[in-house]
Design a protein around this ligand. Structure first.
Ligand SMILES: [Zn+2]
Length: 80
């Protein structure tokens, strides 16, 4: 985890605590370069990302579709 004080990536976890309901892990970290202490939180990733389409309908987020869309867009740009 990047140190908010000096930007170093060298840190150690000094304390790990779970929230009461067990859905969040709180970590106390200490930067090994400057000694700055900071806290990070670990939780579930939001799994259902829904994309709202132009016609008002929604559908589950699909990475493939985005990649395809970007490929299509770049194809159009190079077609001079
Ligand atoms: Zn630091």
């Amino acid at each position: 985890m990047k140190c908010p004080n000096c930007g170093s990536l060298n840190d150690k976890v000094v304390d790990t605590r779970q929230s009461k309901d067990g859905t969040v892990i709180r970590r106390r970290r200490e930067c090994l370069d400057c000694g700055f202490r900071f806290t990070t939180y670990e939780r579930y990733e939001e799994e259902k990302i829904v994309v709202k389409k132009k016609n008002g309908t929604t559908e589950p987020f699909s990475k493939d579709k985005i990649v395809r869309g970007i490929r299509l867009a770049s194809k159009k740009q190079t077609r001079f």
